[in-house]
Design a binder for this molecule. Structure first.
Ligand code: AMP
Length: 225
């Protein structure tokens, strides 16, 4: 089973995708996370990606497609996969169809999360994370008890370089121009198109995702059985 998570930066793809993958026992492949790890490790991929990411631009398709192909090939055919942040352009979606065709798989559903731009900007520019334990905060919606410090482990919170206001505005433009057309692309395929309003509390969005996946794909997690 393969589900593509689609949505603008800040809509909650990472959070929702991680909970979903955990509950269903699926693998979550988040290209942004892979690229950030490559940057931290200073690999060639990380160095190549850096300048695009810092500007809020997309990393070239051929770099991303090669990276995703390698990972999908190494996952067993029985593994459920949530693709988070890929594909992001029509050529990437076409390349994904090709790779999946070779593996005898297909995209079963495209889950599109939506929210108004003003909400997205606050969600992203307020985003902070703990480098030590990974806990996420938002200075507007879910601030830590002590400013700039993780409630759980006391470590200083960090802000992603590409989360500053100017880069965020550009990332939203890039999403509208290059990624949103994927909804039309997938309308022409057999994938189920599921649209979920992401401008609600985190548990409400997750519940809506779960009921849609159960209804449309017959997928249910452990805690519901
Ligand atoms: P994300 O964590 O998904 O918001 O991604 C952060 C940044 O990584 C994006 O702004 C892009 O520069 C890059 N990136 C992640 N996934 C892709 C992709 N599928 N295609 C091109 N660039 C990507």
């Amino acid at each position: 089973m393969m589900v593509v998570l689609l949505g603008p930066p800040g809509v909650g793809k990472g959070t929702q995708g991680a909970i979903l993958a955990d509950d269903l026992g699926w693998h979550r492949l988040a290209t942004g996370d892979v690229l950030r790890a490559a940057r931290r490790e200073g690999t060639q991929l990380g160095r190549e990606a850096q300048r695009y990411m810092d500007r809020g631009d997309l990393v070239p398709d051929e770099i991303i497609v090669g990276m995703v192909r390698e990972r999908l090939e190494s996952l067993g055919a029985d593994t459920g996969v949530i693709l988070d942040g890929f594909p992001r352009t029509v050529p990437q979606a076409e390349a994904l169809e090709e790779v999946l065709g070779e593996l005898g798989a297909e995209v079963d559903a495209v889950l599109e999360l939506t929210a108004p731009d003003d909400v997205l900007v606050k969600r992203i520019s307020g985003r902070r994370s703990c480098a030590e334990c990974g806990r996420l905060y938002n200075t507007y919606f879910d601030p830590p008890e002590v400013d700039g410090q993780c409630d759980d482990c006391g470590t200083s919170l960090t802000h992603r370089d590409d989360d500053d206001a100017e880069t965020v505005a550009h990332r939203l433009e890039v999403y509208r121009a290059q990624t949103e057309p994927l909804v039309e692309f997938y309308r022409e395929t057999d994938a189920e198109l599921i649209r979920v309003d992401g401008d609600r509390s985190m548990p409400d969005v997750q519940a809506a995702i779960r009921s849609a996946l159960e209804e449309r794909l017959g997928v249910a997690g452990d805690e519901e059985q």
